[in-house]
Design a binder for this molecule. Sequence first.
Ligand SMILES: CCCCCCCCCC/C=C\CC(=O)SCCNC(=O)CCNC(=O)[C@H](O)C(C)(C)COP(=O)(O)OP(=O)(O)OC[C@H]1O[C@@H](n2cnc3c(N)ncnc32)[C@H](O)[C@@H]1OP(=O)(O)O
Length: 289
Amino acid sequence: MIWGRRALQHVKRFKRLPFQPEGLHRCMSAATQNLVVEMDGKSGVAVVKLNKPPVNSFNLEFLTEINILMEKLENDKSCRGLILTSNNNKIFSGGLDIMEMYNPQPDRLAEFWRTLQGMWLSLYGSRLATIAAINGHSPAGGCLTALSCDYRIMAPGFTIGLNETQLGIIPPFWFVESMINVTGQRQAEVCCQKGLMMTTEQAHSIGLVDDVVPGEAILERAHNEMKNWLKVPDFARQLTKRQIRKPTMDRLIAKRDEDIQNFVQFITKDSVQKAMGVYIDQLKNKAKK
Ligand SMILES: CCCCCCCCCC/C=C\CC(=O)SCCNC(=O)CCNC(=O)[C@H](O)C(C)(C)COP(=O)(O)OP(=O)(O)OC[C@H]1O[C@@H](n2cnc3c(N)ncnc32)[C@H](O)[C@@H]1OP(=O)(O)O
């Protein structure tokens, strides 16, 4: 993984925090700044709850925290599975932090995007069995995060989708490929072009979500499903996952710098900044009402 200077500063700070999952053999919980982690040493399953109010939006620091945690879990031989959910029972994640993209410093903007790429590469390519327990709304980057897992369980009454085109933004190819790889080409064409935010039931009907379970039962269901995934020998499951996901990951790895350049060029355009300002005003005004 390649880290920028600012991210490295954050890593040093984070390393002093108490969370140390390696070698845990009992049920333990730990918290970093924006993540609650419950590690069951017996089953080898970590439950990670996104815990960044108000909407679990991903800024540079939060993405860095997630990347560091992923690295720790990957290196912890006792850890076999990851259940990703939210500590907020209404919002899984509001996606990327829009403030990172408004009036940005180009260096930080590039670092932000590289760190998002890093998060996607580590979650999409994880050796762990990964289940998203989507217990709230999940637009854009929130949907991408769920798409990066092996299995998705969602509570009814929420919405999910890659809605970038609705915001006048072109979803990057690895967002779109993540959708294609889960729903198939035709469904991905429709929902990515239209930027559809789908209800839980609509998402289930196109295969974006594998299972629909009431919010209060979602974690229990995720643990039960995890047991099924962990019945498969890890080595066989991991290499099969790698075989299937490697072409998509390789495309991003080969074009990582170009993808960052495209992002920075696009976001810093006057027209995009203007549209972003209008969108932020709408969000803030809606919140005030
Ligand atoms: C040729 C190649 C070109 C390449 C170009 C590449 C471009 C790629 C760009 C990739 C882009 C997109 C990925 C994204 O993820 S963009 C973010 C998209 N997310 C959204 O649009 C979500 C917006 N939010 C909502 O819909 C709702 O807030 C919610 C999440 C459903 C929650 O609703 P709510 O009613 O419970 O809460 P609400 O009152 O709306 O919000 C509470 C406060 O949170 C602030 N907020 C909400 N979302 C975000 C966010 N994503 N980032 C930052 N802040 C957010 C909101 O403003 C409120 O704040 P405040 O209380 O007023 O201060």
